[in-house]
Ligand binder design. Structure first.
Ligand code: KIV
Length: 278
């Protein structure tokens, strides 16, 4: 089994145009990363790496993504850029960094791009954001949209829940997807929606849809890497666990602790200029 991207005989970075051209073609492989070593591991297999604001929950122990700051996104964006070579890197604009005014959104998006070297930003495309997306894209900022379950709206919504079972709600999400596409996004994350709605959005918009909890009816898939690697005791319904790193780490740490307590570690092999025993 090869994890290499098949479309990459050359060594150049994928661009937003490359991603956009994949509409209806070979599915886009996308994952999140927040650190340089993880980006280095993911890069050969991924078309797109998202420095998601999920970093707040995954690495910083926050209850949701609301507390994530622009400075956190810049720091993690820089790390991922250092670790990746070929995948397109997209950085999330955190809650509060793009809703106040279009001018403020532009200034913050430019900071993210200039200070990280990343290639695009992502915004959660709620009902009022399409104007801001158009403002950014007209000024040269590549934007990825995000519709359906919008984690940054958790305080207003009260919970994370799948969207689009009720026809009125499905119509709202579809309208938001259309508006984001018309405003110039190069791709659209579709999160936590019923399969029928995911397929309808994918059929309607001209840009690739990247699903998370949105069925196989999208043009690509993204998961939070730590979820699919089994770093948490609980995984959402839409995640497939490809590893049990939590279990493996716990086992490794227990082995280390036992060795240290029994004075089995460090041994001679791990010691500089060991003194001959006996
Ligand atoms: O922040 C994030 O990781 C995301 C993905 C879940 C799409 O937005």
């Amino acid at each position: 089994m090869s994890a290499q991207r098949p479309d990459h005989a050359d060594d150049r970075r994928l661009t937003v145009r490359d991603i956009r051209r994949r509409k209806g073609g070979e599915p886009l492989v996308c994952l999140t990363a927040y650190t340089a070593p993880m980006a280095e591991i993911l890069d050969p297999a991924c078309d797109l790496i998202l420095v998601g604001d999920s970093v707040g929950m995954v690495l910083h122990g926050l209850p949701n993504t609301v507390g994530v700051t622009l400075e956190m996104m810049i720091l993690h964006g820089q790390a991922v850029m250092r670790g990746s070579r070929r995948a397109l890197v997209v950085v999330d604009m955190p809650f509060g960094s793009y809703e106040g005014s279009q001018e403020e959104a532009f200034a913050n998006a430019v900071r993210l791009l200039k200070e990280t070297g990343a290639h695009a930003v992502k915004v959660e495309s709620g009902p009022t954001v399409a104007g801001t997306i158009a403002y950014l894209t007209r000024r040269g900022v590549p934007v990825m949209g995000h519709v359906g379950l919008r984690p940054q709206a958790v305080l207003a919504d009260g919970a994370f829940r799948a969207r689009g079972k009720r026809p009125e709600e499905a119509a709202c999400v579809l309208a938001e997807a259309r508006a984001a596409a018309a405003a110039g996004v190069f791709a659209l994350v579709v999160e936590g929606v019923a399969e029928g709605l995911a397929r309808e959005i994918t059929a309607e918009v001209e840009v690739p849809t990247i699903g998370i909890g949105a069925s196989s009816g999208c043009d690509g898939q993204i998961l939070v890497t730590d979820d699919m690697l089994g770093m948490f005791a609980w995984t959402p319904k839409f995640v497939r666990r490809y590893a049990d790193l939590r279990g493996e780490i716990a086992e490794a740490v227990a082995g280390y602790a036992a060795d240290v307590r029994a004075r089995r570690f460090p041994g001679e092999a791990e010691t500089y200029f060991a003194v001959a025993k006996g």
